[in-house]
Every structure is written in C-alpha cells, then in structure tokens.
Design a protein around this ligand. Structure first.
Ligand code: ZN
Length: 254
C-alpha cells in the first residue's frame, strides 16, 4: 500500500472505516459544498463556488454510481481548482496517473475518494480472485460502476492482471499495472478462439474465467509458451471489458 492520498486522508480524518460510510453529500457538506440534483445540458456535473462555499450540481438522469463518481470528481475540483469554472464529463476509466490537467486530477481524486486503498485492498485480498464476480461484489459494496471497480482491481487486486476494452472496431483502451512488463501489449483485434469474441458478438453477458494460449492476446513469439486466463463482461451493446490474469509468474519477469 502506498502513502494515503489527500482524498484517503480526508476519509480517515472523517472517521470513515467502512465503504457504506462514504456518504458523499455529508463529505461535501463538511468541505463547505452543497450537492443538488437537476437537469444539466452539455455536461454531467458542475461546481460554482464563492469564498468557502460551493454548490455542486449533478445530472439527475444518470445512474447512482455515475452520480457518485461525478460528485467525488467535483470535490476534487473544490480541493485543487477553487475559483475556476468547469463544466465536467467525469471519466471513470481515464488514465490519470501522470497528468496535471484539471480533469484527470479530479478523476483520480474521485477514484481515491470512492475506492480508497485502505478499504479496498483488504477486501480485494480477502476475495482472492481477480474476476468479474469479485468486481460485482466490490461494486455493490462501494456503490461504484463495473469499469471503475475493475480498474481498481487490476491496480490493487489480489492477482496480477490487466484490463482491456474492445468495441466492434477493435481495442479501445487498456490498463496495465506496473507489475506487468510493458512488452505485454494487447493485440488490436479479438482472437476468434477467445471466449471474449462470444461476449462481444453473442448474447452472453459474460464469460467464465478460462485458460487460453497467451498468443490469443499478445503478438509476440514468446507468447506461444504461456497460458493466461481471461474473463469478459459486456458493459454496453457495443463494448466489452476483459480481465487478463497473468497466472504464470515467468511472464512477469523482465
Ligand atoms: Zn471536471
């Protein structure tokens, strides 16, 4: 576990010891911000502040998990970008590790506030398995979306794994934690033999976690020597997420 981030320190200072204690309206209120819900056009969330007080407005048509992420994102702006007017489309799967732009900074703050390491890691370790069953369980406990929770699971989870998103026209993005060497770069297209293909094009909402030859996912000669495990989950009609679990430790050597 790394040092607590500012969002995690805030939760600890407020005495949050369980996921269901992450009451965003109360946390916002403690920071001088009032959260209201209503119609927004052209953005999903916004914050208007003056002095020590702010009003956060969240689009009331979005799902609850999305509203929570947006509220946490605006609290990130309230901490770091006070005095600026920002109309937001919070990105739950944005890669925010090395950015100084206001939007990814607020996204990172939101992920830390909703899925803080000190509550997430012990629960993920206890579940032991990197799978969408684990993601479902944790997303219910933390009231977070499947993509946001799956991102956290590959970042801090119990097994070395990467997360890949595919649409009908190929790979859209992937997240690889530091423990997985950069030479494991996922292929653009799905392999016809991979169960992921059935999930993207078939009626199955998810596949079972199963072993496949690593060459189904990686275009490298050495991939022929290894097996990995994969499991896919349909997040919309057009998109799937796949967890790739690196169960052979030799693949993690540099
Ligand atoms: Zn924003």
């Amino acid at each position: 576990m790394t040092q607590p981030s500012p969002a995690e320190r805030l939760l600890q200072n407020l005495g949050v010891t369980e996921p269901h204690d992450i009451d965003l309206e109360a946390i916002a209120f403690a920071q001088g911000a009032f959260v209201k819900y209503g119609r927004l056009d052209g953005c999903e969330a916004r914050i208007v502040g003056s002095g020590e007080h702010a009003i956060i407005t969240i689009d009331d048509r979005k799902p609850r998990t999305r509203q929570r992420f947006s509220t946490a994102h605006e609290l990130g702006h309230w901490k770091y970008h006070r005095g600026r007017h920002l109309a937001c489309r919070p990105d739950e799967i944005g890669d925010s590790r090395n950015s100084f732009d206001p939007e990814p900074v607020a996204d990172r703050y939101a992920a830390d506030l909703l899925l803080p390491q000190y509550l997430f890691i012990p629960r993920a370790k206890k579940l032991r398995v990197c799978s969408f069953e684990t993601v479902d369980f944790l997303s219910r406990e933390f009231e977070t979306s499947v993509p946001a929770t799956a991102m956290r699971l590959v970042e801090y989870g119990p097994e070395p794994a990467m997360l890949v998103c595919h649409g009908q026209s190929g790979r859209k993005w992937f997240r690889r934690p530091r423990e997985i060497p950069e030479r494991w770069f996922p292929r653009e297209d799905l392999d016809a033999q991979s169960p992921a293909t059935n999930v993207l094009y078939g009626s199955n909402r998810r596949s079972q976690r199963a072993s496949v030859g690593a060459e189904a996912w990686f275009d490298r000669r050495e991939a022929n020597r290894f097996e990995i495990e994969e499991q896919s989950y349909k997040i919309s009609d057009q998109e799937i997420l796949t967890l790739l679990i690196f169960s052979q430790s030799e693949m993690l050597e540099d």
